[in-house]
Design a protein around this ligand. Structure first.
Ligand code: CP
Length: 312
């Protein structure tokens, strides 16, 4: 069946393994397209997409916009910081006003967990969650798994450790769901205060020693400390955090094998990862960003094929 099981992409937890395989196969095709001299296809000439960003973003916002333009969709961009949200307009009023301009699809980043689900229950458009608070970031997990598949041949059977601030990370939760769905084994590693209490209940082991975690894994996904989501201190100091949970060249060279290093960005160089590691051949950080465009083209294309285009 060449169709997604969902009408919105709200979280990985709503997807099936077949959905992810279909997204990957479609992304394979678009990756070939964006490496051509003419990087554009006319597939979505009749679709209008609104990118609504209520939180800061570099990679996700630009990657969605580029993906939409590569598919020939019409694109409008909305940033909460310069909008009438600042005058007290609600989320539903904001989106309904945008939809009345005959918009077919909404890509939304929002600081509140569940904002995409809430919107999907109140408006008549296809919704893509581009990150909702500390909840899910589904396209990031898809591009991460796609990049592992590209570097290691498959995701199934691979051992992946997610390191750092798991508690505040939407990337961690979406990655855990996607990796498990595709047959990978997942561990997390970080300060006890930054590992959610439910983590073992969703089939994820905790390894508190970074070297042991790196010896175990094929892939280490290094996460940023999300200071903007913290109102208390979760560890004594940044220096001590780096000593215990930062990867550096000496640590990687002390392992018995070469592992793949990932990071969703933005990187705090010298905190969770040193520059010589981030910029090394073991790192696939820029491949992740590059694959983000093909993955988002695939998601948009597959969801657009399920929506009824507005009559003009
Ligand atoms: N990985 C990621 O979501 O980055 P941005 O916050 O820059 O979009």
């Amino acid at each position: 069946m060449n169709e997604l099981s969902v009408n919105h992409l709200l979280g990985i937890k709503h997807l099936t393994q077949a959905d992810i395989q279909l997204i990957f196969e479609t992304a394979d095709h678009f990756k070939e397209v964006i490496n051509r001299p003419i990087k554009k296809v006319p597939s979505l000439r009749d679709i209008t997409i609104a990118n609504l960003f209520f939180e800061n973003s570099t990679r996700t916002r630009l990657s969605f916009e580029l993906a939409e333009k590569r598919l020939s969709a019409d694109v409008i961009n909305f940033s909460a910081a310069s909008s009438s949200v600042k005058k007290g307009e609600t989320l539903i009023d904001t989106v309904n006003n945008i939809l009345s301009m005959k918009v077919d699809m909404v890509v939304m980043r929002h600081p509140n967990p569940g904002a995409g689900v809430f919107l999907s229950q109140h408006i008549n458009a296809s919704i893509i969650n581009a990150g909702d608070g500390a909840h899910e970031h589904p396209t990031q997990a898809l591009l991460d798994c796609y990049s592992i598949r590209e570097r290691l041949g498959s995701v199934s059977g691979k051992k992946v450790v997610i390191v750092g601030d798991i508690l505040h990370s939407r990337v961690a939760l979406s990655n855990i769901f996607a990796l498990q769905l595709l047959g990978a084994k997942v561990k997390v590693c970080g300060p006890k205060t930054l590992v959610p209490k439910y983590i073992e209940k969703i089939g994820v082991e905790v390894e508190s020693n970074l070297k042991a975690a790196l010896e175990w894994c094929d892939v280490a996904n290094m996460l940023r400390i999300q200071n903007e989501r913290m109102d208390i201190s979760y560890f004594p100091s940044t220096r001590e955090y780096t000593q215990q949970y930062g990867v550096n060249r000496v640590l990687l060279d002390s392992l018995k094998k070469e592992i793949v290093i990932m990071h969703p960005g933005p990187i705090n160089r010298g905190v969770e990862i040193t520059s010589d590691v981030a910029d090394s051949k073991q790192s696939i950080i820029l491949e992740q960003v590059q694959n983000g465009v093909a993955i988002r083209m695939a998601v948009i294309y597959l969801l657009a094929s399920k929506i009824k285009v507005h009559e003009s």
